[in-house]
Design a protein around this ligand. Structure first.
Ligand code: MLT
Length: 267
C-alpha cells in the first residue's frame, strides 16, 4: 500500500512524504535538486519487506519552507517531525548526497532515534573552500534566474558516461526543473554552510552503509574511501559503471544491499 501524506508544523508550512509497506522503518532522503520521486522504483521494491518513508525536503517537491535561511539541521528537523507524526521511535535513515548530509545531521541531533545510517554517494565532510566558492557562483546564477539552465547542464553529469544518454536522464531533468530558483539557492546555501560531521562516524557503534559509484564525478571514490572505515560497522559497496545516481543506475544492487543493511540494523 502506498500513501501520500501532508503535514504542517510550526517550522514548516507543508511537509509532504510517501509511506509504503510495513515493518522496520527505512527513511530515504533525496539529493539536490531532486525530490522523493527519485526513490520510487527502489522504494517500491523495498516496501515488500519494510516500511519505507520518502519525504520531500522543505523546498523540494510538495514540501515548503517558511524561511530561505534553510540549514541541513532544519532538514533533519523536518525528518524528525515526519517520524513523530508516524509514531516511529527508531529508523534506518539513508540519504542520497545532500540527503546523506541530512542523514548524518539527523544522527547527531537524534542519536536515540536512528538504527543505521545510509550514506548513498554522500560524505560527512564539509565543503572545501573551492567548493564553497563554486557554490556561491552558482547561487549568483540562481538569483539571476539561471536555475533551469544550470539544472539542464548539471544533471547528465551526475550519471556515469554510458548511462547519461538514457531516456531516464531526461525524466530526471524534467522533474528537477520543477525546483524553484529560491529552493536551489536555499539548498546550496544549506550545503555550503554545513559543518563537518566526521566525529559522528568515528568509533561510533551506529552501523553505516556506504554506496559509492566508481564513475561518480560529484563525490569520487578517492574522496570517500577514508570515511568508509571510521565507524565500528561499515557496509561498503563500490558499484561499477555507476555515477552519482545508483537508485537509477544500479537499482537492483541498491535494493539488495539496502535490504541486507536494514535487516542487520534491526537484528
Ligand atoms: C546532490 O546530489 O545532492 C548534490 O550534488 C550534492 C552536492 O552538491 O554536494
Amino acid at each position: 500500500m502506498k500513501q501520500d501524506k501532508l503535514i504542517s508544523t510550526k517550522q514548516f508550512p507543508r511537509l509532504a512524504y510517501t509511506v509504503r509497506g510495513e515493518g522496520s522503518v527505512l527513511v530515504l532522503l533525496h539529493g539536490f535538486p531532486l525530490d522523493r520521486t527519485i526513490w520510487n522504483d527502489v522504494a517500491e521494491h523495498l516496501a515488500g519487506s519494510f516500511k519505507v518513508i520518502t519525504p520531500d525536503m522543505p523546498g523540494a517537491g510538495l514540501s515548503t519552507f517558511s524561511s530561505e535561511d534553510l540549514t541541513i539541521d532544519d532538514m533533519a528537523a523536518s525528518v524528525n517531525a515526519i517520524l513523530k507524526e508516524e509514531d516511529v521511535d527508531k529508523a534506518v535513515i539513508a540519504g542520497h548526497s545532500m540527503g546523506g548530509y541530512v542523514a548524518v545531521a539527523y544522527a547527531e541531533q537524534y542519536p536515540d532515534c536512528i538504527a543505521g545510517l545510509g550514506m548513498i554517494h554522500s560524505s560527512a565532510q564539509a565543503d572545501s573552500i573551492e567548493k564553497k566558492e563554486q557554490r556561491q557562483k552558482s547561487i549568483n546564477i540562481f538569483e539571476k534566474g539561471g536555475g533551469s539552465h544550470f539544472v539542464k547542464q548539471m544533471l547528465p553529469n551526475l550519471f556515469s558516461e554510458e548511462n547519461s544518454v538514457n531516456d531516464y536522464v531526461s525524466k530526471v531533468v524534467e522533474r528537477a526543473l520543477l525546483t524553484s530558483g529560491k529552493s536551489l539557492s536555499a539548498f546550496y546555501k544549506a550545503m555550503m554552510n554545513r559543518t563537518e560531521r566526521i566525529s559522528i562516524l568515528r568509533n561510533n557503534s551506529l552501523p553505516v552503509l556506504w554506496v559509492l559509484g566508481n564513475n561518480d564525478k560529484v563525490l569520487p571514490v578517492k574522496d570517500l574511501t577514508q570515511q568508509t572505515s571510521l565507524a565500528n560497522v561499515n557496509f561498503v559497496y563500490n558499484y561499477q559503471n555507476c555515477g552519482h545516481m545508483s537508485m537509477i543506475e544500479a537499482p537492483s544492487s541498491l535494493v539488495e544491499d539496502m535490504a541486507l543493511f536494514v535487516r542487520y540494523c534491526n537484528s
